[in-house]
Design a protein around this ligand. Structure first.
Ligand code: ZN
Length: 265
């Protein structure tokens, strides 16, 4: 029959937004052929290159997977696709301050406690997603800045996320997220931007900025790294948000989602 008058049932679903990719793969061979059907006997319709990300919509029997190629359904061999995403990665979570160093204190809030409570919840969410999480502290102890960097370097981490909360004049408000261009500038900025977007969306904080700053822990870690400021303890609105029950969970979910967004790009 003439293909112009036949639509795949899957197409109809995809066009109505019902068919979601089951995973995103990264191409591991220099040239990965794309074919019109799920076997090497089908016509070649093109190819992907190493490092391309490919959304996989369906696994067939055998190793062929349904993908979109130039807007059309096509098939490729899954043997040269590795699942993108954060599962299997090593991520360092660094709750700022601790013990005799409380960090910022205002409106009845203490930064070191917020950092730790949010950090522990991020750890749980990441572990559940298959991430190897390394914490720089898991209780109210003091770790030096260089000690924090050493933990990340020794773990050969894929990324480093430092959690803080801010203090300034009462008018300053919102979330801000920093990166440093000393190492991995591009990736660090992407990681920072992904988390910042989620902090704004998921915790209701105002978007303040994503900026290049020379904080010790992000300047000296060699992997993509970011330092987030959840909000201002010194601002009444931000402090009220942070005092609400469920805030730790909400903030942790935001940080987790940001990291996840970064790794699914
Ligand atoms: Zn701090």
């Amino acid at each position: 029959v003439h293909s112009n008058y036949v639509v795949r049932a899957d197409d109809v679903q995809a066009d109505t937004g019902k068919a979601d990719p089951i995973y995103t793969g990264k191409v591991t061979s220099s040239k990965l052929l794309v074919r019109s059907g799920p076997a090497s006997s089908y016509d070649k319709v093109g190819s992907f290159s190493r490092g391309d990300t490919v959304k996989v919509y369906e696994e067939t029997n055998g190793s062929w997977v349904l993908v979109k190629y130039k807007g059309e359904w096509a098939y490729t061999h899954s043997g040269y696709l590795e699942e993108a995403g954060m599962s299997g990665k090593t991520i360092v979570i660094d709750p700022g301050h601790g013990d005799h160093d409380p960090g910022a204190q205002a409106n009845g809030l203490v930064e070191k406690t917020i950092n730790l409570q949010v950090g522990l919840r991020v750890e749980k969410l990441l572990k559940d997603a298959g991430v190897n999480v390394v914490m720089t502290r898991r209780n109210d102890t003091f770790v030096t800045l260089s000690g924090r960097v050493s933990i990340a370097e020794r773990a050969n981490a894929d990324s480093f996320v430092s959690i803080h909360a801010n203090a300034a004049s009462p008018a300053a408000e919102g979330a801000e997220t920093f990166y440093n261009s000393n190492y991995q500038a591009r990736e660090s900025r992407k990681l920072a931007a992904a988390i910042q977007n989620r902090l704004v969306k998921d915790t209701g904080m105002k978007y303040r900025r994503v900026a290049d700053e020379r904080f010790y822990v992000i300047r000296n870690t060699t992997m993509p790294s970011t330092l987030i400021e959840l909000g201002f303890l010194t601002n009444r609105g931000d402090a009220n948000r942070m005092r609400q029950s469920g805030y730790y969970d909400k903030a942790a979910r935001a940080v987790y989602n940001g990291i996840k967004d970064y790794y699914s790009e």
